[in-house]
Design a protein around this ligand. Structure first.
Ligand code: SF4
Length: 230
């Protein structure tokens, strides 16, 4: 017990990975499969790659629910990258205001759309290298599009995946890109996307940010934080 306490840091990151979690990653995946069979894709509403890219930019520091309230009318008003590229900044800010951080998001959306229109002929790229050249698009946003639209395996490090991967003890990092690369080494490649979707489902229901429900969590046996705190 003392040993476990020694490796724990206050912000849910650890100085050492938790071997029971690493060694039992396939069992963890099996449990997640059984618990969250329906969690196989994003809950952001979209009809194509470009819409999902915009919805994902809007979802930063927000919730999918809030974004889903805004996007149906937004995508009726702005249909293709060229429409967003030519949008009036103030008007677009108003259109997306309820998602929060709307000034930066509006700027990112306009510049990202300009990039797609000018560099990629209006077609949203289907690879991480090109996607991450777009204004306001980091690896998380790119991976959401790759996993959900292009059927590629991708680890999506959002707030839930970051928090829970740390609590489990699968990573010792707090930087999302480092976490992504840590997880790519531990999670089998054919489960990268599904790991992300199901951990997000766990984070919304059981492994809550403030009060994780460890005693009822099916991953308790393999979880560093749960073993220490439940
Ligand atoms: S045991 Fe607790 S901390 Fe670990 S994954 Fe489950 S709810 Fe989260």
């Amino acid at each position: 017990m003392k040993n476990k306490r020694n490796i724990k840091k206050q912000n849910n990151t650890y100085r050492a990975v938790y071997e029971p979690a690493v060694k039992n990653i396939n069992k963890i995946l099996d449990i997640l499969d059984k618990e969250y069979p329906e969690a196989a894709s994003t809950s952001l509403k979209h009809k194509n790659a470009f819409q999902l890219l915009i919805a994902t930019i809007l979802s930063a520091q927000s919730t999918d629910k809030l974004v889903n309230k805004v996007t149906p009318s937004l995508f009726k008003k702005y249909k293709i990258p060229e429409d967003f590229a030519g949008a009036d900044l103030i008007e677009l800010q108003e259109d997306i205001k309820s998602t929060g951080f709307y000034r930066n998001k509006a700027k990112s959306i306009i510049n990202c759309s300009k990039d797609i229109a000018s560099k990629f002929g209006g077609i949203t790229p289907d690879n991480i290298e090109d996607l991450t050249t777009l204004h306001g698009v980091g690896r998380k946003t790119a991976n959401v599009v790759l996993a959900n639209i292009f059927g590629k395996q991708a680890i999506i490090v959002d707030t839930h995946v970051k928090r829970i991967s740390n609590r489990l003890g699968l990573t010792t990092n707090s930087d999302p890109v480092k976490i992504e690369f840590d997880l790519m080494k531990i999670v089998p490649e054919d489960s990268w996307s599904i790991y992300s979707h199901r951990i997000i489902a766990l984070g919304r229901t059981i492994c809550l940010a403030k009060k994780p429900k460890c005693p009822v969590c099916r991953l308790l046996k393999y979880c560093s934080y749960g073993q220490e705190n439940a």
